[in-house]
Design a protein around this ligand. Structure first.
Ligand SMILES: *[C@@H]1O[C@H](CO)[C@@H](O)[C@H](O)[C@H]1NC(C)=O
Ligand SMILES: *[C@@H]1O[C@H](CO)[C@@H](O)[C@H](O)[C@H]1NC(C)=O
Ligand SMILES: *[C@@H]1O[C@H](CO)[C@@H](O)[C@H](O)[C@H]1NC(C)=O
Length: 244
């Protein structure tokens, strides 16, 4: 054999995964072997032989223990409760008169974490709108990306191969309007979203920690609420205009 094609699979940790061969009728007297390795498939994990007309199948790998199941009709291999450590290269050898080889690359992912939106404004600005600068962040991992969506349209995105660093993405809108903004974290097997609540962010922006300034703070909060009510109303009116 030569020039073998590698089939790529992306799976969620904990799932039962079947590596399908697409074959339907493997010769009943074929010898079937599966190999695995993180980079090269050099560890034998399944061996199924016909000896004097009898099928003898061994799953002799410590790593997979009793999680493997071979289907001799298709040559397919089922892996129960797959883990990230099971990522790597899987190879199937079917030996009849000749030897045929299939290769698979399997990537196992954990579900992505939920993104968190915070206000990154440090200064307590007089203008409430200026003090609103949403920053979305998520725990990084393999092939994780973080994006902002305005309505259905992606407006920015970030990813990093350094999984130890948390991912941060500012909304980067000087004046977030009445649109719906969503922050989406994704990897190849899962997505998580956080919806931006501008109202809540404005209120957080005017929170004052020191108890000594309770009265002025209360005043500011009250003013903010008034502002928000006004602002929400304006938004709704704008919305109505659109409808009309
Ligand atoms: C084995 O594979 C064949 C062919 O794909 C399929 O029809 C059959 O149901 C499978 N057997 C089991 C036990 O999954
Ligand atoms: C699946 O595997 C993990 C370790 O990777 C283990 O902690 C867990 O108990 C297993 N779950 C089942 C249902 O076997
Ligand atoms: C934010 O937007 C400004 C202007 O639109 C641009 O120059 C800047 O690079 C953007 N920053 C990020 C982090 O996207």
């Amino acid at each position: 054999y030569s020039g073998e094609e590698v089939v790529r699979l992306q799976e969620l940790e904990g799932n039962t995964v079947t590596i399908h061969t697409g074959l339907t009728g493997v010769q009943s007297d074929a010898h079937i072997l599966w190999f695995y390795g993180p980079e090269n498939a050099d560890i034998k994990i399944v061996i199924s032989l016909i000896i004097r007309g009898e099928i003898i199948t061994d799953y002799d790998s410590e790593r997979f223990r009793d999680r493997l199941q071979l289907n001799r009709t298709s040559g397919s291999l089922t892996i129960r409760n797959i883990s990230r450590e099971d990522s790597g290269v899987y190879k199937l050898h079917i030996i009849t008169g000749s030897i045929s080889v299939w290769s698979f690359s399997v990537d196992v992912y954990t579900p992505v974490s939920k993104p968190v939106i915070r206000n990154q404004a440090e200064k307590r600005s007089v203008s409430l709108r200026e003090s609103c600068s949403p920053l979305c962040s998520v725990e990084n991992g393999k092939d994780v990306s973080l994006s902002w969506y305005e309505e259905k349209e992606r407006i920015s995105s970030i990813s990093s191969s350094d999984s130890s660093e948390r991912l941060y993405l500012p909304l980067n809108k000087t004046n977030p309007d009445c649109s719906t903004y969503t922050c989406v974290a994704a990897n190849p097997v899962s997505t998580q979203t956080a919806q931006l609540d501008i109202t809540e962010l404005y209120l957080k922006a005017v929170e004052v920690p020191e108890s000594a300034v309770l009265i002025p703070a209360g005043l500011i909060v009250a003013l903010s609420v008034l502002f928000l009510l006004y602002w929400t109303k304006t938004c709704k009116q704008q919305g109505k205009k659109y409808i009309l």
